[in-house]
Design a protein around this ligand. Structure first.
Ligand SMILES: Cc1cc2nc3c(=O)[nH]c(=O)nc-3n(C[C@H](O)[C@H](O)[C@H](O)COP(=O)(O)OP(=O)(O)OC[C@H]3O[C@@H](n4cnc5c(N)ncnc54)[C@H](O)[C@@H]3O)c2cc1C
Ligand SMILES: NC(=O)c1ccc[n+]([C@@H]2O[C@H](COP(=O)([O-])OP(=O)(O)OC[C@H]3O[C@@H](n4cnc5c(N)ncnc54)[C@H](O)[C@@H]3O)[C@@H](O)[C@H]2O)c1
Length: 484
């Protein structure tokens, strides 16, 4: 066992040890270095964490390929024909076999991009003077981290003035039906597929399930989405979820609502998913997307005085403090809001707090989020369900995308912009954008929400004509109340 009491040249510097090198961990490391601390990141998988290696980056890269396929759907309506017409064929008649997807090539690109992103993060941390230790870490009390290095070398003990726990979460599996990486898959195992599945069953219609079901459907796969709830995306804006489910069905996806999967087993040439009501759905592969479990067990947290919720999430306050003095936590292991952007913000806030920099507590309602389906669903601020549950006064207007001139030119039909505002103060409380690239369009509404702008502030700003963002100003204009 090697004990490391201090690293780096400055013996007076605060020693920070970060457990987990995902967005929560590596963003914190950069801030802590900038604030003069000695920083060590302990990571068992690779820098960038699950966000970069298995979750956000791979899924969004796969979706980029799927998106390309979806945009070809609109091409015919715009007068585009694929293939070279043969001699004597009618104008516009295609003789080419059409477009096909080489999943092995798509997945190779996905994995290469994830690895490159991880290497970039490692290089950045190295440049900034952050020490990285590849291995499995655990707390030994609140101020000491013990690391089992990946290469089998002796354990390393790191003494710390403060520890940040940012260990993320791992995929939940169906009870009694462990993933085998071949036919029964978690989202981390999809990128080993060399060919498109013949028939993919996606269990779970949360954000992960909806994104993958939409992507594989666009890539040409026969997809069945098993949804335990009344509708897909139960936690999202009801109009957006309803629209997306309609789009899914119109593209040939089978959506089984109110259908809870009880288990999955391999058959001679595929899988059979049994539903709680006795039905059986057969397919070639099943993707299990039923949520995630925080990676907080067995790493000495409770022994160090860190309180966990019954679900295993670390209890934190708005500046990322846990119940143990000197131990902070960020990201999916806290269950505050499982998004990479939130993990990174929690990590930065933790370091600002512990190192005595100016710090603003996290404001979850200001978080912008996006579901990368086609169309995308972007949200920020208060949702309609939250406003109703709190009995808040609000006014709302929705403008369908089909009324936007740019959308008409681009051949886009499915989508809308919706804003919520306070009826008297006219302050923008929240918004929903359902549209291709909604992730890019939500930003003006995010600015409005975080700076407490009014609908008139939004309406008075110029937008380009013609542009999709013109609908945001237009919907704000529709919420204007004339002065009495
Ligand atoms: C399929 C999918 C798609 C997603 N897409 C998006 C998206 O588009 N946008 C978005 O904002 N969010 C997205 N998310 C959510 C996002 O991935 C998470 O919110 C984010 O990864 C959380 O970051 P983190 O730092 O908390 O944890 P992680 O990224 O999970 O990193 C934690 C790291 O800690 C390591 N670790 C765990 N235990 C130990 C230990 N004992 N010792 C050493 N290392 C350890 C893990 O191996 C991991 O590498 C997606 C999630 C999924 C599942
Ligand atoms: N684009 C993004 O930013 C993005 C993408 C993916 C995930 N995420 C983050 O990850 C979080 C978790 O999302 P998720 O979809 O992985 O998990 P989730 O917990 O939100 O959804 C899982 C769904 O599976 C259903 N389910 C559970 N057991 C089932 C069963 N046996 N049969 C059928 N359905 C079952 C649940 O009712 C739930 O609707 C999201 O809230 C989001 O913050 C973000």
């Amino acid at each position: 066992m090697v004990t490391v009491t201090s690293q780096g040249p400055d013996l007076q510097a605060t020693r920070i040890v970060i457990l987990g090198g995902g967005p929560g961990g590596y963003e914190a490391a950069l801030v802590a270095r900038r604030l003069g601390a000695e920083v060590t990141v302990v990571e068992r998988q690779g820098l960038g964490g699950s966000a970069v290696l298995t979750d956000v980056v791979p899924s969004k890269t796969l979706i980029a390929a799927a998106e390309w396929m979806t945009s070809t759907e609109r091409a015919a309506g715009l007068g585009i024909r694929f293939g070279v017409p043969a001699a004597g064929s009618e104008p516009g008649e295609s003789t080419a076999p059409g477009i096909s997807v080489d999943l092995a090539a798509v997945n190779q690109r996905v994995m290469a991009l994830a690895a490159a992103q991880s290497a970039d993060i490692r290089a950045r941390l190295d440049r900034e003077g952050v020490v990285t230790l590849l291995g499995e870490g655990r707390l030994d009390g609140p101020r000491r981290v013990v690391v089992r290095p990946r290469g089998g070398e002796p354990e390393v003990v790191l003494e710390a003035d403060a520890v940040l726990v940012s260990v993320g979460a791992t995929p939940r599996e169906l009870p009694g039906s462990p993933a085998d990486g071949e036919r029964i898959l978690t989202w981390t195992q999809l990128y080993g597929l060399q060919e498109l599945p013949e028939k993919l069953i996606v269990v779970g219609s949360g954000v992960t399930g909806a994104e993958f079901a939409g992507a594989y459907n666009a890539l040409g796969v026969d997809v069945t989405l098993v949804s335990s709830r009344d509708r897909v995306l139960p936690g999202e804006d009801a109009d957006a979820a309803e629209l997306l489910e309609g789009v899914f069905r119109s593209r040939g996806m089978t959506v089984l609502s109110r259908s809870r999967a009880a288990g999955a087993e391999r058959t001679a040439d595929g899988v059979a998913v049994s539903l709680a009501d006795g039905r059986v759905v057969e397919g070639s592969h099943v993707l299990v997307a039923v949520g995630a479990i925080p990676a907080t067990r067995g790493i000495g947290l409770e022994e160090a005085g860190v309180t966990l919720t019954p679900s295993g999430h670390v209890v934190v306050d708005k500046v990322s403090r846990t119940t143990a003095r000197g131990v902070y936590a960020a990201g999916d292991c806290t269950g505050v809001l499982p998004l990479a952007s939130v993990a990174a913000m929690q990590g930065r806030i933790a370091m600002q707090h512990v190192l005595g920099d100016a710090v603003k507590p996290i404001r979850v309602p200001d978080v912008a989020a996006n579901i990368f389906t086609s169309p995308e669903i972007a949200t920020v601020g208060k949702s309609e369900a939250a406003l109703q549950a709190a009995g808040s006064k609000y006014v709302t207007t929705t403008l369908p995308l089909s009324r936007n001139p740019r959308a008409k030119m681009l051949g886009m039909r499915d989508g809308f912009v919706k804003l919520f505002a306070h009826p008297e103060a006219a302050v923008v409380l929240g918004g929903v954008v359902v549209s291709p690239r909604a992730s890019e369009l939500i930003f003006p509404i995010t600015l409005a929400v975080s700076h407490r702008l009014t609908v008139d502030d939004v309406a008075e700003a110029f937008t380009v004509y013609p542009s999709l963002s013109g609908s945001i100003a237009e919907v704000a204009r529709m919420l204007h109340h004339p002065v009495d």
